[in-house]
Design a protein around this ligand. Structure first.
Ligand SMILES: [Fe+2]
Length: 244
């Protein structure tokens, strides 16, 4: 008599934890993220399910499209915190910003009211297509103002073609890199995935971000946390999220 044993595949449990997120668009009706308080709450519930207990959300500040100010962002944060308390949701939320390097950026930087997070980290992004001509100068200005520049999703910039040369140059300037987790599962296309894998392999990733604009993005991260690549990131890189 033959016995057949079927063993159910056990759920993979990673030896690494990721409990703080530092890049998302969760505040309601402020940018291209959550459109309502209800959507903000739905996103936070999903983030909690994905294993996070702290969120530093980062609305866009862009001169042309999202003219957000620290005052507007703080008001929305208070609104969301009130709703979180009403719902009895157990998650810590703070707000910073994702600054776009445009003509208005230096004005924000010198205004004396900059939305940074953690150890004076300042999250910034550039155009996807064109490298700002004065990028080094702006990085220097950020540092001179007492902040540590963190480049949001370095893997998404199409103008970066010589990966080794261009990323290492930014690293030399003291720029920290925040990778989007969804890039590693192809969420932003083939080129972003290849660049993300390059950065992981090099050990050049400092922060991991959800860059969540909707519940869908967070579902991608849940999936991602069950893949081997999640462990590879932590083995090759010093990830600072959980120090925040
Ligand atoms: Fe973002």
């Amino acid at each position: 008599m033959t016995f057949w044993f079927f063993r159910k595949k056990e759920k993979r449990v990673s030896e690494f934890t990721l409990t703080a997120d530092l890049h998302s668009h969760i505040l309601p009706a402020i940018d291209d993220g959550a459109a309502s308080l209800e959507e903000s709450i739905a996103m936070l519930k999903t983030i909690k399910e994905a294993g996070y207990n702290k969120v530093i959300t980062t609305p866009h500040i862009m001169a042309d499209i999202y003219r957000n100010t620290p005052k507007i962002i703080r008001e929305k944060l208070t609104l969301l915190r009130d709703k979180i308390a009403l719902q009895g949701l157990d998650i810590e939320i703070n707000a910073a910003a994702e600054y776009y390097l445009d003509d208005g950026f230096l004005e924000h930087l010198t205004s004396g009211d900059v939305l940074s997070f953690g150890d004076n980290y300042l999250l910034f992004e550039t155009s996807y297509m064109e490298r700002p001509i004065n990028l080094e100068e702006i990085i220097f200005e950020i540092q001179a103002a007492g902040f540590k520049p963190v480049l949001a999703h370095p893997e998404r910039y199409r103008y970066i073609s010589d990966l080794e040369k261009e990323y290492s140059k930014l690293k030399e300037f003291g720029v920290l890199f925040q990778l989007n987790l969804n890039s590693l599962i192809g969420g932003y296309g083939k080129s972003a995935k290849q660049k993300a894998e390059f950065l992981v392999k090099k050990g050049w990733v400092d922060f991991l971000g959800s860059d969540a604009h909707s519940v869908k993005h967070i579902e991608g991260i849940k999936k991602m946390k069950n893949l081997d690549i999640f462990d590879t990131i932590f083995k090759n890189n010093t990830i600072l999220n959980d120090n925040l």
